[in-house]
Ligand binder design. Structure first.
Ligand code: G6P
Length: 608
C-alpha cells in the first residue's frame, strides 16, 4: 500500500526521493514525508495530501543531503494527517519509514510506554522508531538494533531506518511487504517498487522475507533471518520512462485503456503456434502437470476476481474442468476442502496483494497438485512463490482502476483453458477456433475503442445520477460486476451488478427514471431471455443503455443501444469490458473526480 524509498549517494538525494514518491503515488496518496541526513541533524518534512505538496515544501526549504528516506502513505492505523505521516522518529535520533501492518502493536506500545516513550501519532509504525531507539541505547549498530527489533514484531513490514549519529548508512528490513535494492552509479537505493527507482538503475535485488540489509553510497550487505551475510541474485529490468508517463493522455487510466490492443497482443505473443497453444507456456513441466488436473481453485481480489469468474466458464467449456473461485480474503477462513489433483491458481496484477499472497501461502501447505499464477509483475512475490506462472506482459498499470491488466488477465486465462484442454486431449477443434479468434483480438479491441464518441454522448446522462444498475447473464455477469466496480471506484456513483434473470426477484423495485440500467446483450442462446428481462425494465420507465450484438432486436423509448463489433462468442467478455471502462472514465471526467487516484483507494493492497 504505502510506498517507501531510500537513497545513499554521493550527490544530493532530495529530488531523487521525491521523484520516486511520485512514481509510487499509486500505492497510496494520503500524505507524504521525507527525512534527510544533514551532518548532525535530520531535516524532517511531512505534508497531508499528495506528494506535490511535499515537493512544494522541499522547494521552499531546499534541504541538502546525501542520505535520506521518504514515504507516501495509505492510511491503515490512524487517519490521514501530518502527525500520522511518515517518517516517524524517536528521540530526534532514529527516523523510519514503514509499509505494512504491525499486528501486535498494542502490546509493544504498552511496553514502550512503560519504558518512557511517548507517542505523537496514532500509527502502528511509530513504535518501530521507538523500538529501534530503545535497542540502539544498548547496542552500537543499527543493524543489531534492527534484528532485535524485528524479533519483537508480528505482521508485515518493509522498513528503512536512519540514525542521526550515522551519516553513511541506511538499514532496511523486509517481511511480507515488497522491498528491493537498486544498484545505481555511486549510489544505492531501496524502494518498495522498482518503478520508483527505474529511472536511476536497471539493476535490482529483490529481498526475501526475513532479510535485513545495510546500504551506503558505495556498498551494500544483505543478511538472512539468521544474520548470515548472503548474496541475492541481481535482476536486470528496464523500466522505460515512457511506460510510467501519461504521454498525450490526460490520465494513466485513459492511456491504459487505449494501450489494450498492444497489451493483448503482448499477452498472446510467443504463446500460440499453428492452431494450438505452445507447450509449457506456464513453465517447464507445466503441460505434464496439467494432464493430471481434475479441478481448479482460483483466488483473487477485486478486478482480478472478476477475471477468475469469467474464466471458470472457459475451464468448463474448453478444458472440461470444474472450477471454484473465492475472494482471497475469505478463502483461508472457510476451512476449504481440497480435492485430489486440484490446481491452485492466483490472479494478481501486482503480485503483491496481501490477501492473495496469504491464500497462496496457505495453499502451499495443503495438498494441491500445484500452484500457478497469472500476474503482470514477473519480479513480484506471488510470481516468485508460485510453481508455475504466466505474465500478462501488459506493461506497468498506474491508474488505480484496473483496465489493461483485466483484459490481459482474461487472455492469459484463456491460454490456461487452452493449455489444460490440450494436455487433457480435449476439444481440439474448439481450441483451433479460439486460437484464430485470439489472433484477431487486438484488431477487434482497436475497433471497440472507436465507440468512445458514442460513449461520450451518453456519459452526461449517467454522470447526473446517484445510482446505476449493470445487467449481464452467464459469462457476462462478472463483466457487469466489473463495469459496476469501475463506475463506483472512479466516479463514486453507487453501482450494482445483477444477473439479468434475478431482476424480478428484488432489484426491479429500484427501477425508476433515476436508475440508469446498463446492460450487456451479446448474441447468445439466452439473448432472447435477456431481451425479456430488459423489457421488464422498459415497462417500469427505466432508462436502458444496451451494448449489444447488431443482430439483437430491441426498441428503446429512452437511453441508447450501442452496437458492438463482431467477435467469437468465447472472447466477447473481453470486448464488452471496453465500453464499460470508457463509460466510467467519461462519467468520472464529467464529475471531475481524481481518476488515477480515487479517494480512499490504492493500487497495490499489501495489507490483509
Ligand atoms: C486493489 C486495486 C484493484 C485490484 C485489486 C487486486 O483493490 O485497486 O484494481 O483489482 O487491488 O489487485 P491485484 O494486484 O492483486 O490484481
Amino acid at each position: 500500500m504505502c510506498g517507501i524509498i531510500a537513497a545513499a549517494s554521493t550527490r544530493n538525494v532530495g529530488k531523487i526521493l521525491v521523484q520516486g514518491l511520485h512514481k509510487m503515488e499509486y500505492r497510496g496518496y494520503d500524505s507524504a514525508g521525507i527525512a534527510l541526513h544533514q551532518e548532525n541533524q535530520i531535516a524532517h518534512l511531512r505534508t497531508l495530501g499528495k506528494v506535490s505538496l511535499l515537493e512544494e515544501k522541499m522547494i521552499l526549504e531546499k534541504p541538502k543531503s546525501k542520505l535520506g528516506i521518504a514515504h507516501t502513505r495509505w492510511a491503515t492505523h490512524g487517519e490521514p494527517s501530518e502527525e500520522n505521516a511518515h517518517p516517524h522518529k524517536s528521540n530526534e535520533r532514529v527516523y523510519i519509514v514503514h509499509n505494512g501492518i504491525i499486528e501486535n502493536y498494542l502490546s509493544l506500545k504498552n511496553f514502550l510506554a512503560k519504558e518512557g516513550y511517548s507517542f505523537t501519532s496514532e500509527t502502528d509504525s511509530e513504535l518501530i522508531a521507538h523500538l529501534l531507539d530503545y535497542f540502539l541505547t544498548t547496542n552500537n549498530s543499527m543493524l543489531d538494533a534492527m534484528y532485535l527489533m524485528i524479533e519483537k514484531l508480528e505482521g508485515a513490514y518493509a522498513i528503512a531506518a536512519i540514525d542521526r549519529n550515522d551519516k553513511s548508512n541506511i538499514v532496511i528490513a523486509r517481511n511480507k511487504s515488497p522491498l528491493l535494492i537498486g544498484l545505481g552509479e555511486d549510489e544505492l537505493l531501496a524502494a518498495s517498487d522498482p518503478l520508483a527507482i527505474g529511472q536511476l538503475t536497471n539493476q535490482f535485488i529483490f529481498l526475501e522475507d526475513g532479510d535485513v540489509a545495510n546500504i551506503s553510497a558505495n556498498s551494500y550487505q544483505i543478511y538472512d533471518s539468521l544474520k548470515n551475510q548472503i548474496k541475492r541474485e541481481i535482476s536486470e529490468i528496464d523500466i522505460s520512462s515512457e511506460a510510467s508517463s501519461k504521454g498525450e493522455y490526460k490520465h494513466f487510466m485513459e492511456k491504459e485503456i487505449f494501450e489494450q490492443p498492444v497489451a493483448v497482443l503482448n499477452t498472446i505473443d510467443g504463446r500460440v503456434g499453428g492452431d494450438d497453444v505452445l507447450e509449457n507456456i506456464f513453465g517447464i513441466g507445466s503441460s505434464d502437470v496439467f494432464s493430471k488436473v481434475k479441478r481448479i481453485q482460483i483466488v483473487a481480489c477485486g478486478t482480478s476476481l472478476h477475471a477468475a469468474r469469467v474464466a471458470a466458464n472457459w475451464f468448463s467449456a474448453i478444458s472440461e474442468l470444474p472450477t471454484q473461485t473465492d475472494y482471497a480474503s475469505e478463502y483461508r477462513y472457510r476451512n476449504p476442502h481440497v480435492d485430489e489433483d486440484t490446481l491452485f491458481v492466483t490472479i494478481s496484477q501486482s503480485g503483491e496483494t496481501a490477501d492473495t499472497l496469504a491464500a497462496l501461502k496457505y495453499a502451499k501447505e495443503k495438498d494441491f497438485l500445484s500452484t500457478l499464477t497469472i500476474c503482470n509483475v514477473p519480479t513480484s512475490t506471488i510470481a516468485r512463490e508460485s510453481e508455475f506462472s504466466i505474465f500478462t506482459n501488459a506493461g506497468p498499470e498506474i491508474g488505480v482502476a484496473s483496465t489493461k491488466a483485466f483484459t490481459t488477465q482474461l487472455v492469459a486465462l484463456m491460454l490456461l483453458a487452452l493449455s489444460l484442454a490440450k494436455s487433457r486431449s480435449r476439444n481440439p477443434k474448439l481450441r483451433g477456433r479460439v486460437i484464430t479468434a485470439l489472433r484477431q483480438l487486438p484488431d477487434i479491441v482497436s475497433e471497440t475503442l472507436k465507440l468512445k464518441d458514442s460513449i461520450v454522448k451518453i456519459a452526461p446522462e449517467i454522470a447526473s445520477k446517484d445510482n446505476a444498475l449493470f445487467l449481464g447473464r452467464g459469462i457476462f455477469y462478472p463483466i457487469a460486476k466489473e463495469g459496476a466496480l469501475k463506475l463506483k471506484e472512479i466516479s463514486y456513483i453507487h453501482a450494482e451488478a445483477y444477473p439479468a434473470g434475478e431482476l424480478k426477484h428484488g432489484p426491479l423495485a429500484l427501477i425508476d427514471e433515476d436508475m440508469p440500467v446498463i446492460a450487456l446483450c451479446p448474441e447468445s442462446e439466452i439473448a432472447e431471455k435477456l431481451v425479456s428481462n430488459l423489457e421488464e425494465v422498459k415497462a417500469r420507465g427505466g432508462t436502458l443503455y444496451v451494448f449489444s450484438d447488431p443482430s439483437i432486436s430491441l426498441e428503446l423509448k429512452s437511453g441508447k443501444l450501442i452496437n458492438m463489433p463482431k467477435c467469437d462468442f468465447l472472447l466477447t467478455p473481453i470486448i464488452y469490458t471496453i465500453p464499460l471502462q470508457l463509460l466510467s472514465y467519461e462519467v468520472a471526467m464529467i464529475r471531475k473526480t481524481d481518476i488515477d487516484q480515487p479517494r480512499n483507494l490504492a493500487k497495490s493492497v499489501t495489507v490483509e
